[in-house]
Design a protein around this ligand. Structure first.
Ligand code: ATP
Ligand code: MG
Length: 574
């Protein structure tokens, strides 16, 4: 809950540049359209978990409502009972709220309108604008024609209104089998827009609906349901992604041909595409079903629940969405930009601690055997108000394996025989010798001496060292499990490859056991975030972390690849 408050405080900020949808709405408001009101909606279909692409739409719709002092409805577009279920409804609400948005009393379901939609269908039939068709799905497809050829009219097109009403009532009463009949709009089989060639408005589906049970066996199609739901709710601006641009004439046709009190304006924008991941719900579901990931909230998933579990903050996702902006043309955003925003957020807010991912024992030969001491460490140099803590130090420590090299190349400045380095917050140490495993030759221990005069990390004689490494005291250390995540996909060619699974990065998860962390981490609660010095930002796993067996997910490394990409682009454009 802490998170929600944190999120709400920040959603008030609106310092992003304006985009074309804001301009359209500003103009509408100025002209007094809709009495100057702004009502938007976020309309997910409860057939999967929300992902980062949805976050863009959520931030856009709720953001506009906030900016124009209007409202944003949450509408569950539940017209396809075959693929929908209540688990998804719960997760959608949780995710929108977690992102920091509040729909108040305005959570609606398309299924609440089934009766009204049915009446609208009857109204269309009475006006001679819709008919019951006997063609099979395949025949409808054949009759539809192509982009270069006009379609053919259905033989059922000339049925009388009376006959159509009777047949439609029978459809509702369950007298026909699935697929036996449909209700279609009577528009224009020669239209240049395929969506206008007598689109299907209702199909027969004898399946239970998660909310209406067995009350209905006919279900309205998206194009019929969406515009009417928008209208019934008094939506002023119906914002959707570009693939619906070709559906806009149908959206308007339905509303123009029915007695509705409100005709919302449909506006399309480009959907978010991200590198190195998949966002189609079908593919995400496949990953879950085939157990390629551990669930919808696997920290490698681009779902909001996955990002949350990985440790991303609501603010970082909102800032990312603001930053990518809203445009009319499709583009692909580099995942590194999302990482940039989480780093920016956590750099200021996360406590820094020391943890060793791949431990190597370091013994300080001249440090008294039984002695230990507490050293002052700064919790976050970016924010002095976060204070300091005490870190225990003793004769035997762990350092990172990669911080030691026996035969080091020239530019390696970390520990190597004969070299002096600084142990963070502690002392200067010099490596004297190594101990190796007799059979494998692997280095098992390194032996150093320390300079007691350098307590706190500075030498009174002013001598410098080239590197500072992190460490933990062996006898005080906590064993932790650390999960390192890499990109889900090796590259981006998801659409050109037939099977996107060929692109899945087999090493997207590396689990490290027996990592060593300083005792301060004992207090970590699930969901707490830290910077492990020099290793990145980590989050105590919300499912598996316990004080007895701590588990941390790495959110991101500290290296900012986004800045690198930008610099490269700048150089290129010069
Ligand atoms: P599908 O239609 O394949 O089930 P969808 O991603 O369109 O998936 P919806 O539940 O219909 O899922 O989406 C809800 C809203 O989120 C829609 O308004 C849709 O336009 C928007 N949306 C979905 N994906 C993206 C994306 N990648 N970028 C921006 N908006 C998106
Ligand atoms: Mg959709």
């Amino acid at each position: 809950m802490k998170e929600n408050n944190e999120a709400k405080n920040q959603t008030g900020e609106t310092n992003t540049p304006t985009h074309f949808i804001q301009n359209i709405i500003t103009e509408d408001v100025a002209q007094g359209n809709n009495n100057g009101n702004v009502v938007t909606r976020f309309p997910p279909e409860p057939n999967g978990y929300l992902h980062i692409g949805h976050a863009k739409s959520i931030c856009l719709n709720f953001g506009l409502a906030r900016d124009f002092k209007g409202k944003c409805h949450l509408r569950l577009d539940d017209t396809n009972p075959c693929k929908e279920n209540v688990e998804y409804i719960g997760s959608i609400k949780e995710d929108v709220a977690w992102l920091g948005f509040n729909w108040g009393d305005n959570c609606f379901f398309a299924s609440d309108y089934f009766e009204q939609l049915y009446s609208f269908a009857i109204e269309l039939i009475k006006k001679g604008k819709a008919y019951v068709c006997d063609l099979s799905a395949e025949e409808i497809r054949e009759y539809r024609g192509t982009l270069t050829e006009p379609g053919k009219e259905s033989p059922c097109r000339s049925r009388s209104s009376e006959e159509n009403i009777e047949l439609f009532q029978k459809m509702r009463a369950g007298e026909y089998a699935n697929g036996e009949k449909t209700l279609r709009a009577k528009i224009d089989m020669t239209s240049g827009n395929l969506n206008m060639r007598d689109p299907v408005l209702y199909r027969i589906l004898k399946v239970l609906h998660h909310r209406t049970g067995d009350k209905w066996c006919i279900y309205p199609m998206y194009d019929f349901t969406h515009c009417l739901s928008d209208s019934l709710e008094g939506i002023t601006h119906s914002i959707c992604t570009l693939e619906f641009e070709d559906h806009r004439p149908l959206y308007d046709w339905v509303l123009d041909n029915l007695e509705t009190s409100c005709h919302p304006r449909q506006i399309e924008f480009a959907r978010l595409n991200l590198t190195n991941t998949v966002m189609s719900k079908r593919k995400l579901l496949q990953l879950v079903d085939e157990k390629i990931v551990s669930g919808w909230d696997d920290p490698v998933m681009p779902t909001i629940s996955g990002l949350r579990r990985r440790g991303y903050t609501p603010a970082s996702i909102r800032n990312f969405c603001d930053r990518i902006g809203v445009a009319k043309r499709d583009s692909t955003v580099d995942m590194a930009l999302l990482d940039f925003h989480i780093r920016e957020d956590l750099n200021r807010s996360a406590r820094r601690v020391m943890a060793v991912l791949r431990p190597l024992k370091l013994v300080i030969d001249n440090y008294p055997d039984a002695q230990s001491e507490e050293l002052d460490a700064i919790n976050n140099p970016e924010d002095p108000s976060m204070g300091t803590r005490q870190v225990p130090f003793s004769k035997t420590l762990y350092i990172e394996q990669e911080d030691f090299m026996e035969d080091a190349p020239k530019k390696y400045f970390r520990l190597t025989p004969g070299r002096e380095v600084r142990l963070r917050y502690a002392y200067f140490v010099t490596c004297n010798s190594v101990v190796k495993d007799d059979t494998t030759g692997e280095i098992t221990e390194i032996h150093c001496s320390y300079d007691p005069e350098t307590r706190g990390g500075t030498a009174p004689d002013g001598r410098k060292v080239k590197s500072t490494i992190h460490w933990v005291s062996a006898s005080h250390a906590r064993d932790v499990e650390i999960r390192l995540y890499a990109h889900l996909l090796l590259d981006q060619e998801t659409e050109t490859k037939k099977d996107f699974k060929e692109l899945i990065n087999p090493a997207h998860l590396e689990v490290l056991q027996g990592c060593k962390a300083e005792p301060a981490l004992v207090e970590a609660a699930p969901g707490d975030r830290f910077q492990f010095e020099r290793q990145g930002y980590f989050c105590a796993d919300t499912k598996d972390h316990t004080p007895e067996s701590p588990v941390f997910n790495r959110i991101v490394t500290l290296r900012d690849t986004w800045k690198k990409i930008q610099n490269k682009n700048q150089k290129k454009s010069k």
